[in-house]
Design a protein around this ligand. Sequence first.
Ligand SMILES: Cc1ncc(COP(=O)(O)O)c(C=O)c1O
Length: 409
Amino acid sequence: MIYPISKVRLDFPTLTKKINDNKLIYFDSAASSLKPNYVIDHEMNYYKYEYSAVHRGIHTMSREATDKVEQVRRKIANFINAKQTEEIIFTKGTTEGINLVAYSWGRTFLCPGDNIVITEMEHHANIIPWQMLAKEKKIFIKYIPLLPNGTLDLSKLPLLIDHNTRLFAITAASNVLGTINPIQDIINQVKNISNTLVLVDGAQYIMHQKVDVQLLNCDFYVFSGHKIYGPTGIGILYGKKYLLDIMPPWETGGSMIKDVSLIKETTFNYVPWKFEAGSPNTAGIIGLGAAIDYIQNIGLKNIISYEKLLTKYAFDILNNIPNIKIYGPKYNRISLISFNLGNHHAYDIGSLLDTYGIAIRTGHQCALPIMNYFKVSSMCRISLAMYNDYFEIDKLVDILVKINKILIN
Ligand SMILES: Cc1ncc(COP(=O)(O)O)c(C=O)c1O
């Protein structure tokens, strides 16, 4: 199939925007992807014609909105091949999903002397919740080290995981280095060593590879809607049902109870609603459902193949720019590339590119341990999505060459 790039681009209204008289080139999708009309229309339609509170009304509007929310839950369960729909919990995003596990599971089941293993390549969202937990519960955190080529030193895995390791939390793909971790092999290895639970941070992976949580045999999988062409403020925590059942609620209030009494003990709702206190982000949930439909209409496989070609092309021509240092593996990467130009600060490069209408990510990218490892304070990152094309990459490279000359002189 020839990838319908021109048609795809027409679906994303933000791409018509001009910055300083230049057509916007959006290379910051790993931070947050643009939204197709299909997603925007579904959200708008809900607000205009279908709006109602969910899970708490007998009237038609409330019942219909509730059905829509639960339909999306089923859709997500199918999308990642969860065994049961109840294993899908709506969160605000990846960050909230990880915090939920740290608060609910971590504060209930961890004892002093236990340990958690994470990696040196994690986003802050998959570091800080564990550090806070470690302090509170007097447990240790151990780190799988990085290697200079931007992959993990997995030879250390059997040395770091032991019978006191209660959880191994790892990103499926690095938001800085683009590295795709061999998650299936890693989980198999971890499970062979001990009965450690595995949490996978799928924030950067979910839109680049098909995910099958049953095949992976992970215990938790988290991702955000806004990185897969869906709305902000909505995300997913997948958890194995038996774990979710024994975990206590972390936020409390409406919707998550079975019975509330001022005399007897309050009892809680079943999973997943036990973890969804308060009124949910219904428009966000509907938008996320639309994003999944949109992706599936084009075909995840087609999107992935197209992005792979585009990334290889970008890597090869960026690599030819004098003075450039690209971080991470050469080809086995998701569609993002982080780099520095000589000793110039990433903010200088990012600001100059912005004058030409090119949006890239600059800074520590919420991964300071990676910056420290490579002894830099910041990096530039381009991230490519289903709507980017070869012309945009050529323009980026032309301008980077120009900037390089300006900054050298
Ligand atoms: C690998 C990774 N994990 C976690 C997050 C946090 O995601 P969110 O801000 O949507 O909660 C990000 C965001 O960039 C990420 O790239």
